[in-house]
Write a protein that binds this ligand. Structure first.
Ligand code: FAD
Ligand code: SF4
Length: 527
C-alpha cells in the first residue's frame, strides 16, 4: 500500500546536517526526506570537477547516514531516468508523485535557490515552511539588528559584539583574552628564504576516497569531462567524521603557526598552515561552534599561541558570519553592483593556469588541481589581478563560484564582488585592495622564478601587477581621491614623471587589449 507523505523535507547539497532545523520533529512513518542531484547546479556557472565531486560525494554519504537512522529518503541521482536536471523540476516531480501535505526546508544558502524552491512550491500548490539556519552563531535577523541605524558596517565591531555575546576568548572579567580584541599585526609574517618547511610545516592528513566517493569521481569525470579542474588529487572531507578528523589534524599540527603565516604564500605549497575545513563547514558537515571551541581549548591548554587562536577564530566567528550578514542584507541587488564600472573580460588563462606570471600560474594551477587556494592567493593574486585589469565583477564572481570546493554564494559573493573587486563601493571593505607586485614579492617566493620584476612598472620585464596598479589609480583617481584611506596611494601618483605615466598607460592598454596577457619581451618575440 502506498504510504502518504505528511512533510517532504528538502535537504539541499549544502545542508548536510542531521541536526538541521528542517529535520526537527521528523517522523519516520509520515515524513520523507527529499534530495536531488541535478546538472543545472553544475552548469549555471562552469563548475569545476572537484567542486561537483565534493557536493555529490557528501550528499551520497548523507543519504546513507540518514537511511541508517531509519529515515525514508527520496533521492534522485544525476543519471536517474526522468531526472529533469533542475531543482525546481525535481521538486515539482516529487510533489506530483508523492502529494505531500507540505514542504519544509532550512533557509537556502543562495538567494536564487531560495526563490526557485518557493516558486516550485507555489506551482505545486504546496505550503513551504522555511526554518531558520541554526548552523551559524548569528541569525539573519541578528545581523539586520546589528546593521540598523549604522552609517557604515565594519567587521571588527561586529566581531567584538559576537565574541562578547557568545563568550569566546574572554577572560574572567569578560574582557578579551590578552587585553586586546585583535592580533592582526601578528598575522602578517612571511617565510625566510628557507621556506615553510623550516617552520615545521606538516602536510595535512589527506582523506583517501572510499567506494562511494570513487563512484562519484568516475561519474563526474565522465559526465562533466569538459568542465575545468582535475580529480586526481581529490582528498576532501565528505562526511562529518572526515571533517572532524581534518579539524583535529589542523589544531594539532598547523594551528600553532596559522596566525603568524596566515598571509604567506610559497611555490608548490598549496596548504601551508591553513585548515582546509571551509568546504566541510559550508556543506554543514562541521559545526562552527565545534571548530571555535576546539581552537579556544587548544589555546587554554597552552598548545597554541593566543595570536594564532584569535586569528583563526576571527575568520570564523568574525568574517564568516559577517559576510553572510552582508549577503542577506543586500541581496538580490548586491549581485549586480559595479561601483568602478569595470567591463573587461576575465582572462582565458584563469581556466587553465597557463600564463607567464608565476604568482597567477601557481595560484590558478593549484585551484584547478585541488579546488583550493588560501585567502591571500584569492584576494591578493587572482582577485587583485582582475581588479587592476578592470574585469567586470560579475565575471570574476562566476569564476570564484565555479572553481572552489567551498564556494557557496552567501560567502563567495561578498568576498569576491565586495572585498576583492570593490564592486559594492565600500560595503565590505573600506578601500580597494590595490597593491603592486611588491606585495606579492614580500609575501611569497613567486617572484624569484618569474620573468617579470615586481619593482618595475614600465619596460618589457615590468611586472603586470605593478603596471596595472598605477594605471588603476590613474583611471580611478577622481573617485578614489574622495576616500581618506586612499589618500597616500593617490598622493604618490604625483611622483610619476609625465613620460612614465604615458608609458604606464600604454603598457596597461596593451595588457588589457590582449585579454590580460602582458606583451612578449622584444627578445622573446625575435626567437
Ligand atoms: C575572492 C575571495 C573569494 C572567496 N570565496 C570563498 C568561498 O566561496 N567560500 C569560502 O568558504 N570562503 C571564501 N573565501 C574566504 C577564504 O579565502 C576561504 O574561506 C579560505 O581560503 C578557505 O580555506 P581554509 O579552510 O583553509 O581557511 P583558513 O585560512 O584555515 O581559515 C579558517 C576558516 O575561516 C573562514 N574564513 C576565512 N576567511 C574568510 C572570509 N573572508 N570569509 C568567510 N569565511 C572566511 C573559513 O570558513 C575558513 O575555513 C574567499 C575569499 C576571497 C578573497
Ligand atoms: S613579478 Fe609580478 S607577475 Fe611575477 S610573480 Fe611577482 S608579482 Fe607575480
Amino acid at each position: 500500500m502506498k504510504r502518504t507523505v505528511r512533510n517532504l523535507v528538502i535537504v539541499l547539497g549544502d545542508q548536510l546536517d542531521a541536526e538541521s532545523a528542517a529535520l526537527d520533529g521528523f517522523d519516520q512513518q509520515r515524513d520523507l526526506l527529499w534530495m536531488a542531484e541535478v546538472a543545472a547546479e553544475s552548469e549555471h556557472v562552469w563548475v569545476s570537477k572537484p567542486r561537483i565531486a565534493v557536493f555529490l560525494a557528501a550528499m551520497r554519504h548523507f543519504r546513507a547516514a540518514q537511511k541508517k537512522l531509519q529515515r525514508r529518503v527520496h533521492y534522485t541521482e544525476l543519471d536517474a531516468p526522468g531526472n529533469t536536471q533542475t531543482l525546481a523540476g525535481e521538486l515539482a516531480r516529487a510533489c506530483a508523485e508523492l502529494q505531500p501535505e507540505r514542504l519544509i526546508m532550512t533557509e537556502a544558502g543562495e538567494w536564487r535557490v531560495q526563490e526557485a524552491m518557493a516558486a516550485a512550491a507555489r506551482a505545486a500548490g504546496r505550503p513551504l515552511v522555511v526554518r531558520e539556519d541554526r548552523h551559524f552563531f548569528q541569525t539573519r535577523a541578528d545581523f539586520a539588528a546589528h546593521a540598523k541605524g549604522r552609517k557604515g558596517l565594519r567587521m571588527e565591531f561586529f566581531y567584538r559584539e559576537v565574541r562578547r555575546k557568545h563568550r569566546v576568548l574572554l577572560d574572567e572579567k569578560g574582557e578579551p583574552e590578552g587585553g586586546q580584541w585583535n592580533f592582526d599585526h601578528d598575522n602578517r609574517g612571511s617565510f625566510s628564504k628557507a621556506g615553510p618547511k623550516a617552520e615545521a610545516l606538516r602536510p595535512p592528513a589527506l582523506i583517501a576516497p572510499d567506494a562511494t566517493t570513487r563512484a562519484v569521481l568516475t561519474l563526474v569525470a565522465n559526465r562533466f569531462a569538459s568542465h575545468p579542474g582535475e580529480l586526481t588529487e581529490f582528498a576532501w572531507p565528505v562526511t562529518p567524521e572526515d571533517a572532524r578528523g581534518a579539524l583535529r589534524d589542523f589544531i594539532e599540527h598547523r594551528l600553532p603557526n596559522f596566525g603568524r603565516f596566515e598571509d604567506a604564500m610559497w611555490t608548490e605549497e598549496p596548504w601551508l598552515f591553513h585548515s582546509r575545513i571551509s568546504s566541510a563547514m559550508n556543506l554543514k558537515l562541521l559545526n562552527p561552534r565545534e571548530v571555535v571551541a576546539a581552537a579556544e581549548q587548544a589555546y587554554r591548554e597552552g598548545r597554541v599561541p593566543l595570536a594564532s587562536a584569535e586569528g583563526f577564530i576571527r575568520q570564523i566567528l568574525g568574517w564568516r558570519e559577517y559576510v553572510r550578514g552582508i549577503y542577506w542584507l543586500h541581496m538580490p541587488r548586491y549581485g549586480e553592483l559595479n561601483a568602478l564600472g569595470a567591463t573587461g573580460a576575465l582572462p582565458a588563462f584563469y581556466w587553465t593556469g597557463k600564463c607567464e606570471m608565476k604568482c597567477l600560474s601557481q595560484s590558478i594551477g593549484q585551484t584547478l588541481v585541488h579546488g583550493y587556494a588560501h585567502h591571500i592567493q584569492r584576494l591578493m593574486v587572482t582577485g587583485l589581478y582582475a581588479l587592476l585589469l578592470g574585469v567586470e565583477p560579475q565575471k570574476v564572481h562566476e569564476w570564484y563560484l565555479a572553481v572552489y570546493v567551498d564556494a557557496v554564494e552567501w560567502v563567495e559573493l561578498p568576498n569576491t564582488l565586495g572585498m576583492s573587486q570593490y564592486g559594492d563601493g565600500g560595503i565590505m571593505a573600506s578601500k580597494p585592495y590595490a597593491a603592486t607586485g611588491k606585495y606579492i614579492e614580500r609575501m611569497s617566493n613567486y617572484c624569484k622564478g618569474c620573468r617579470f620584476d615586481p619593482a618595475k612598472s614600465v619596460g618589457d620585464d615590468a611586472c603586470p601587477f605593478t603596471t596595472l596598479y598605477w594605471d588603476f589609480l590613474l583611471r580611478h583617481e577622481t573617485l578614489l581621491a574622495k576616500n581618506q584611506r586612499m589618500a597616500l596611494q593617490i598622493k604618490n601618483i604625483a611622483r610619476l614623471e609625465p613620460a612614465v605615466r604615458v608609458a604606464i598607460r600604454a603598457r596597461a592598454a596593451a595588457i588589457q587589449a590582449s585579454g590580460g596577457v602582458p606583451p612578449a619581451a622584444v627578445g622573446l618575440l625575435a626567437l
